[in-house]
Write a protein that binds this ligand. Structure first.
Ligand SMILES: [Zn+2]
Length: 198
């Protein structure tokens, strides 16, 4: 079962290519769906190894804070493998963009994946016009989905809007144009756990 990575996997150029990162994520989701192996190395030895060697995540993921959408589970990834930014509605504002820049420009992950999901509470709140304290999220989502109420289409539109926000960040755009980064989207189906890569 090939989902364990150690420091030995990072000899030489440690940066995992976008195609390989996507392949790992798709394979992880397949294992998640088939419940082939839900064991993870959370041992003190692994924690110490990551502390001593530093983190080398192979992908950066921006996703919703929804408790049912857990990238490390959905992609069967272990400690140190994914740099995850979680925020309601997987919206991208200045703080999320800055987090992505840190991961892509400094940790050198070469895949930046926005993982939206169906039946998202933030999208429902936006459709329902909720404002006040949740407005920083719902206003971004409302602008992204423009009235779409189909849960899958709305999550795709919201994900695409987040990708557009990321591409508007000069540091990320430069990395992508240089071929050092791919910015991509995917949708997690909340009712079954399947991830569709867009
Ligand atoms: Zn959500």
């Amino acid at each position: 079962m090939g989902m364990r990575y150690t420091a030995d996997d990072f000899d030489g150029d440690s940066r995992v290519a976008p195609d390989e990162a996507l392949r790992r994520l798709a394979e992880g989701n397949r294992i998640y769906m088939e419940a082939l192996d839900h064991k993870r190395d959370l041992s003190p030895a692994r924690i110490r190894e990551l502390f001593e060697n530093g983190q080398r995540p192979f992908a950066t993921i921006i996703t919703c804070a929804d408790s049912r959408v857990v990238p490390e589970h959905a992609f069967m990834a272990g400690l140190g493998e994914l740099f995850v930014v979680r925020v309601a509605g997987n919206v991208v504002g200045p703080v999320e963009a800055a987090s992505a820049v840190y991961a892509c420009a400094h940790l050198h992950t070469r895949l930046l994946l926005v993982l939206g999901h169906t039946h998202c509470g933030a999208i429902k709140a936006a459709i329902d016009g909720e404002a006040g304290a949740v407005a920083p999220v719902t206003e971004r989502v409302a602008a992204a989905i423009a009235g779409e109420d189909d849960p899958y289409r709305a999550s795709v539109l919201n994900t695409e809007a987040a990708i557009a926000e990321l591409r508007a960040v000069p540091e990320l755009a430069a990395l992508e144009q240089a071929g050092d980064l791919r910015i991509a989207g995917a949708i997690y189906h909340t009712h079954c756990g399947v991830v569709d890569f867009l």
